[in-house]
Design a protein around this ligand. Structure first.
Ligand code: OSB
Ligand code: MG
Length: 361
């Protein structure tokens, strides 16, 4: 069998700024297998630089091409594939790209939409928006627009020393469901600074401390009344269990790419809900392919909070799918066709392509 891969570079409509930097475009790795009339796709959530986590497009290509691709040659079920790659430590994003390719393949082979194939779905995803740091007037314009489009929760990026963003936004929008995401920019000495955020009635503070931390999150949680949401820190079901065990989290942002795919993400969602926590699905500025996976997962009944699954017109002038998702009244319905349900726009794929190749397995 053969896996096709495509590296595409799609410019953003506006730069996206987080505490770790500014991105001007999305450089995505896309994968495709074709077998007995079925075309299955996936996307790696890595980017050019290892800023969000330690993986990037180069390490993902290495792990996929040189180590892991051979384990999907017989199209195993996703859980079997994950057993086979246990000997490769970490590299969840690379593994997830192959694991999710198998989810699309198997849901298509059984002629079911992925969101049904996955588990109990409510049939739609509740949608929030993630707004990058910018001039405050610019952020407020974006929030205004998002509210008029019906988004159910507004999340804004913050960084250490830029807490004024929260004050300004709360002053202008006293009643909206609002959260902040620090992408790990704070340290243990900043606990008083973070406690100050309690006055803004936030839904949660996302990832105040770096991804490798659970201890300070647990310390903070004892001192603050705003709920704590973990993103980068939760890379497995085991980490989720530990986070709830030591009281480090109230909410988990599930990104299937970060957690090594859907099989493990399903376990994380179960653990969170069994421990009284809440769950939503995050995003990594994916193309329509990655978004389709996120929206399928976000439609699960277990996922009880609105996620960062805004339709791609927020980021891209033109996506690589023919049927990009549309949001109505703050919800997005997955497509009812088999698998991820999005169809590839081959012309757009070629226009955005910077590299393509095959991996024989
Ligand atoms: O922390 O949630 C994050 C984008 C890149 C890296 C990290 C994050 C994000 C987002 C984007 O917040 C959310 C989206 O894809 O719409
Ligand atoms: Mg985050």
């Amino acid at each position: 069998m053969q896996i096709n891969f495509y590296r595409v570079r799609i410019p953003f409509l506006r730069p996206f700024t987080t505490s770790f930097g500014t991105e001007e475009y999305r450089e995505a790795l896309l994968f495709r297998i074709s077998h007995e009339g079925i075309d299955a796709y996936s996307e790696s959530v890595t980017s050019v630089i290892p800023d969000y986590g330690y993986e990037d497009n180069t390490t993902a290509m290495h792990v996929i091409r040189d180590l892991a691709a051979k384990y999907i040659a017989d199209l195993p079920d996703p859980a079997t594939f994950m057993e086979r790659v246990k000997g490769i430590k970490g590299h969840n994003m690379a593994k997830a790209a192959l694991e999710m390719l198998l989810w699309d393949y198997h849901s298509k082979a059984s002629n079911q939409p992925l969101y049904r194939y996955l588990g109990k779905s409510r049939g739609y995803a509740n949608v929030g928006i993630s707004i990058g740091m910018a001039k405050i007037e610019d952020m407020e314009d974006q929030i205004e627009k998002a509210l008029s489009l019906g988004y159910k929760r507004i999340k804004v990026k913050i960084a250490r020393g830029r807490e004024n963003i929260v004050k300004e936004i709360r002053d202008s929008f006293p009643d909206i469901p609002l959260s902040v995401d620090a992408n790990g920019d704070y340290g243990a000495a900043d606990i008083p600074r973070l406690k100050d955020l309690d006055r803004y009635d936030l839904e949660y503070i996302e990832q105040p401390f770096p991804g490798d931390d659970l201890i300070y999150h647990s310390k903070l949680k004892k001192e603050i009344s705003t709920p704590i949401c973990l993103d980068e820190s939760i890379t497995s079901a085991d980490k989720a269990l530990k986070a709830f065990d030591i009281g480090a989290a109230d909410v988990i942002n599930i990104k299937p790419g970060r957690i090594g795919g859907f099989s493990e993400s399903l376990k994380v969602a179960e653990i969170a809900r069994e421990n009284g926590g809440h769950v939503w699905v995050g995003g990594m500025l994916e193309t329509g392919i990655g978004r389709a996976f996120n929206i399928a997962f976000a439609s699960l009944e277990m996922v009880d909070y609105p996620g960062d699954t805004s339709p791609n017109e927020k980021y891209f002038g033109k996506d690589i799918v023919l049927n990009p998702f549309k949001m109505k009244n703050g919800i997005i319905e997955p497509y009812h066709d088999a698998g991820i349900g999005v169809r590839i726009d081959e012309g757009a794929l070629i226009r955005y392509m910077v590299e393509a190749g095959t991996i024989s397995v």
